[in-house]
Design a protein around this ligand. Structure first.
Ligand SMILES: [Zn+2]
Length: 107
């Protein structure tokens, strides 16, 4: 069975991960750089108009992401974040995912 065949829809998990690989106990989030404030990314700038409002909103998203990732790790899941800007160069993204330490399938 390939890793992709083990996709699962797990709406019960904290943060509602975009991709769940239950056999490998991996949760993947695909985050928009702007909405989740990708650090040091050109796409993650706080708008100049209503800057305080935007700052509060986006920092709130980041704090929520951290809480969800921590909750998933406590439940024994590995959490991987893929940023929107990384999908612009799929070959680099694939290479990054291939370098992840292999985990033994659970089932
Ligand atoms: Zn980015």
């Amino acid at each position: 069975m390939s890793i992709i065949n083990s996709f699962s829809d797990r709406r019960d998990l904290p943060g509602n991960p975009d991709i769940v690989l239950p056999r490998h106990r991996i949760c993947i989030f695909v985050h928009g750089c702007f909405w989740h404030l990708h650090r040091n990314c050109k796409d993650a700038r706080i708008p100049k108009t209503r800057a305080i409002w935007w700052s509060k909103k986006l920092e709130g998203n980041v704090a929520r992401d951290k809480r969800h990732a921590a909750a998933l790790r406590r439940l024994g899941w590995r959490v991987i974040t893929i940023w929107e800007c990384q999908t612009e160069k799929p070959e680099r993204l694939v290479s990054r995912l291939q370098k992840l330490p292999a985990s033994k399938p659970l089932v």
